[in-house]
Ligand binder design. Structure first.
Ligand SMILES: [Ca+2]
Length: 143
């Protein structure tokens, strides 16, 4: 038996990664966390099973292109951390296979992040899903 999300499941049953995260890790024996930094150019990043992965984008490295994340598991509190951008510059969508985070304003796209084979929108509207991701710390902002 597993309590992991299948790749096509939604984020709706993911834990609250803000308030209970450390306890969850202790209870589930997760001792490992990993940070994955992105750079200018196309990045292809991979999360690891039983690791709390943090994927980091800094504004100065956003190149207007698309970066790709695989093995993203919100039930492990994997997260996307954005530096130098604000919440109102981010939009969220699901294209039927992948979750797409777009960072930009108006017609100008600073970065597309494709989170592969996971649906982080679920049954919510895209705007409500974005807020939900922020509330449960799956998407975080730093300055
Ligand atoms: Ca992971």
């Amino acid at each position: 038996m597993t309590d992991k999300l299948a790749s096509t499941d939604t984020v709706d049953n993911a834990p609250d990664c803000q308030t209970n995260r450390l306890e969850q890790f202790a209870n589930r024996g997760w001792m490992t966390a990993a940070q994955h930094n992105t750079f200018a150019g196309t990045d292809r990043l991979f999360g690891s099973e039983d690791v709390q992965d943090t994927f980091v984008w800094r504004q100065q490295n956003m190149d207007g292109g698309t970066d790709y994340v695989r093995n993203f598991d919100p039930s492990e509190c994997d997260r996307v951390q954005l530096h130098g951008v604000s919440q109102d510059q981010v939009s969220l969508s699901f294209n039927g296979m992948h979750t797409i985070l777009r960072i930009g304003q108006g017609d100008e796209t600073q970065q597309i992040i494709q989170i592969e084979n996971v649906n982080l929108v679920g049954e919510r509207s895209e705007a409500a899903a974005l807020l939900h991701l922020i509330e449960q710390n799956t998407l975080t902002f730093s300055y």
